[in-house]
Design a protein around this ligand. Structure first.
Ligand code: SAM
Length: 231
């Protein structure tokens, strides 16, 4: 059977590419964005009452991971990228119907937009629905998942003096907690688990309108090298 769904809005996010986005929401509280609602949902009626809610579920489309042929098995990065699992045992982006779900903090409600943080969503992500987080139903005491039993181990992030100054001044310009955003995202170690980086190898990702470059001075340690206007 086929059902039609359509976007009720789109995310404007600090994340402009998939690389270095945390693998789940709440891992980077400084990751902020705006859900821009589209007609007929952008007049205020649809969000009335949401100001009483601290967090919302966003249901969305992994629009940059859609595939024609559904996968039954996936290799989650969380498991190192080598172990194959049933797609329904994972939160992989490649999945039937391409639907994702994230609980995010609701910072501010406006008639035509929601300001959210702790997001794991790419810029331009289509939103299918928004639902309030309901603590008494959504917190499940004693729930377990032995494949993903705890948040990823964080690695230390240091800065060159230049990169820190660049991040601080761009943070002021953007009015965003940029230093925290970069530290929180890089501490998750975005590098594919199968790569062992040399100190010479540089990595980069775009946050807001900035290119952030870093390297691994030694395994399990990141140093931010520069934060400059994205080309
Ligand atoms: N919390 C969601 C879930 O469980 O359905 C997403 C989990 S998924 C593992 C998170 C990853 O999806 C991010 O690290 C990012 O690389 C990727 N991602 C985010 N938005 C996307 C989009 N619109 N299209 C494709 N990939 C996306």
């Amino acid at each position: 059977m086929t059902y039609n769904v359509s976007a009720i809005g789109f995310v404007r996010s600090c994340f402009k590419e998939k690389f270095a986005i945390p693998r789940q929401p709440q891992l980077a509280p400084a990751a902020r964005g705006v859900v821009e609602l589209i007609a007929p949902f952008n007049q205020g009626d649809a969000v009335q009452g949401l100001e009483q809610v601290s967090h919302v579920w966003l249901l969305f489309v992994f629009h940059q991971a859609l595939e024609d042929k559904p996968r039954l098995k996936v290799r989650p990065p969380r498991l190192g990228g080598n172990t194959s699992m049933g797609v329904f045992a994972t939160r992989a982006t490649h999945r039937p119907n391409g639907i994702g779900q994230s609980v995010v903090k609701l910072d501010k409600v406006e008639a035509d937009r929601l300001h959210v943080s702790g997001i794991d969503l790419l810029d331009g992500t289509p939103i299918l629905d928004i639902k309030p987080y309901v603590p008494y139903a959504d917190i499940i005491a004693g729930a377990s998942n032995s494949m993903a039993s705890a948040a990823p181990v964080l690695i230390p992030v240091s800065w060159t003096d230049t990169a820190l100054q660049q991040a601080q001044s761009h943070g002021l310009r953007l009015q965003e907690p940029l230093v925290e955003l970069i530290e929180q995202c890089l501490a998750q170690d975005p590098r594919p688990a199968y790569q062992t980086p040399t100190a010479q190898r540089e990595y980069g990702a775009q946050f807001w309108d900035l290119d952030v470059r870093w390297h691994y001075p030694e395994p399990g340690m990141i140093r931010v090298l520069e934060v400059i206007a994205a080309r």
